[in-house]
Design a protein around this ligand. Structure first.
Ligand code: CP3
Length: 353
């Protein structure tokens, strides 16, 4: 088995840096679009374990990445809690109901993964068979704040003003909802681990909509509870998009790795990760996905610079957010190959006589 990513997560010295890409399974790949067309829609694809397994494995072959990520969506958790959603073409996710009152909250139900998310559990079994130990499998879920955003607003938003308003207007209700999401997510990820995922990642895609104070005071306690439930079972990576202004607080979580978005300074992040309380943390990231629109030479140069700044140890190469759907497969592959070919740049050293 290619266990490079697991060794990097243990902090071991590695012969090369492991690499995968957020959103590696998806519309960039013609073979994905083919399966999706056959399925008739995104949710149909999601609910079918055979198809979900097929598109999970596709990027391992197409890009040569060192890990597969389960093909699913973060929004299956709110759906399992009682808020069904649709993915509207060119618009995004849409929920029929939202949670804005104590009455709404009382309508939600606890999640039983074997009953409510059986299709995900079945997909994991099929993926493990299809991967046959070639690369580790990453499980994932949305982080409590990001799921809260969708449950309160019912659709995407630029600034999540309604969700943030609720934190201030209804602190007790907000905390109760965050607590229920946290419980459902922990149960869901424990079930993924029981089915055999090798590591998990939490996506806090909308962390950037909160101030450091608000995140630390109102969100981090839930993140801490969630990560602590999983710590010791499998490695846990926390990716908080736009959370660079509270990177130190994320690094204090009992997680193994922190995912950096593309706006975060790598050298500062490395210093903070090395000094993290307890043990040094692994960093994952963080090439600006728009670099992949450049020519392959530029992609190689930018990837080399990224790895020079992050270093070889305790590093997992990735993009600083998901692949954009119109990035060509060749350019995605150029990134993966640049990581695989990477040799530390010999910096000119000035000697003082
Ligand atoms: O390859 C992978 O990364 C695994 C699969 C994956 C998907 N969504 C598939 C998907 C993962 C890890 C996610 C996570 C996810 N979903 C996030 C967090 C990551 C991030 O980008 O910050 C968020 C915020 C969502 C919610 C979501 N799902 C949105 C906003 C959308 C619509 C936007 C879009 O890109 O069209 C989705 C749909 C979705 N999830 C697609 C895929 C491949 C596109 C569906 C399609 O049209 O085929």
């Amino acid at each position: 088995m290619n266990d490079l990513i697991l060794r990097a997560l243990r902090g071991e010295e590695v012969e090369r840096v492991p690499v995968w890409m957020m959103r590696q399974a998806g519309r960039t790949l013609p073979e994905y679009r083919e399966v999706r067309a056959k399925a008739g829609g995104f949710k149909e694809l999601l609910f079918n374990p055979e198809w979900a397994a097929e598109v999970t494995v596709q990027p391992v072959d197409a890009y040569g990445v060192d890990a597969a990520i389960l093909f699913s969506d973060i929004l299956v958790v709110p759906e399992a809690m009682g808020l069904p959603y649709e993915l509207v073409e060119k618009v995004g996710p849409r929920f029929g109901q939202t949670v804005r009152s104590a009455r709404d909250l009382a309508q939600l139900s606890p999640v039983e993964p074997d009953r409510d998310l059986r299709y995900v559990m079945d997909a994991i079994g099929l993926i493990r068979k299809a991967l046959d130990g070639r690369v580790p499998l990453i499980g994932f879920a949305g982080a409590p704040w990001t799921i809260f955003c969708y449950m309160v607003e019912g659709k995407g938003s630029k600034d999540w003003a309604l969700a943030r308003r609720m934190l201030w207007e209804e602190p007790a209700l907000s905390d109760a909802l965050l607590g229920q999401i946290t419980e459902a997510t922990a149960t869901y990820l424990e079930a993924q681990i029981a089915e055999g995922v090798d590591l998990v990642q939490l996506f806090d895609s909308w962390a950037g909509s909160l101030s450091r104070d608000l995140y630390v005071q109102r969100i981090l306690p839930h993140m801490h509870a969630l990560v602590a439930r999983l710590a010791g079972k499998v490695p846990v990576t926390v990716f908080a998009k736009g959370g660079g202004h509270f990177l130190q607080d994320l690094l204090a979580l009992p997680c193994t790795a922190v995912g950096l978005d593309w706006q975060t300074d790598r050298r500062i992040a490395r210093r903070l990760a090395d000094e993290a309380p307890g043990a040094p943390k692994v960093l994952q990231g963080n090439l600006d996905p728009s670099v992949l629109y450049a020519n392959p030479g530029t992609i190689r140069a930018e990837t080399t610079r990224m790895l020079d700044e992050l270093g070889m140890t305790r590093t997992i190469a990735n993009l600083g957010h998901g692949l954009y759907p119109d990035i060509s497969v060749d350019h995605g592959r150029a990134f993966v190959e640049a990581v695989k070919a990477y040799q530390p740049t010999q910096r000119e050293t000035t000697t003082t006589a």
